[in-house]
Design a protein around this ligand. Structure first.
Ligand SMILES: [Zn+2]
Length: 71
C-alpha cells in the first residue's frame, strides 16, 4: 500500500475514510491510498492521518491478514 498526497479540486465535498469508515470533509490536499498497481483504494481522514503513516501501514496489514484468514 502506498500513500500519496494529492492536491485536487473535487466536486464531491465529503469522502468516506478508508480506515474508520467515517465521512469527513475534504480539504484541498488529501491522502490517497494506492495499491501496488497504482489503483486508488480510498482516502484517509485527518483523524487517521494524525495517527501517522506507521499506524496506517499497520491498518493495511491488518486488513490484509483478516482478508486472507480463510485462504
Ligand atoms: Zn479515518
Amino acid at each position: 500500500m502506498k500513500f500519496q498526497i494529492e492536491h485536487r479540486s473535487y466536486s464531491l465535498k465529503y469522502q468516506c475514510c478508508y480506515f474508520c469508515q467515517r465521512d469527513f470533509e475534504r480539504k484541498e490536499a488529501a491522502i490517497i491510498l494506492c495499491n501496488e498497481r497504482g489503483e486508488t483504494c480510498g482516502e484517509a481522514c485527518p483523524n487517521c492521518i494524525d495517527k501517522g503513516y506507521t499506524w496506517m501501514q499497520n491498518q493495511c496489514h491488518t486488513t490484509k491478514l483478516v482478508g486472507n484468514r480463510f485462504a
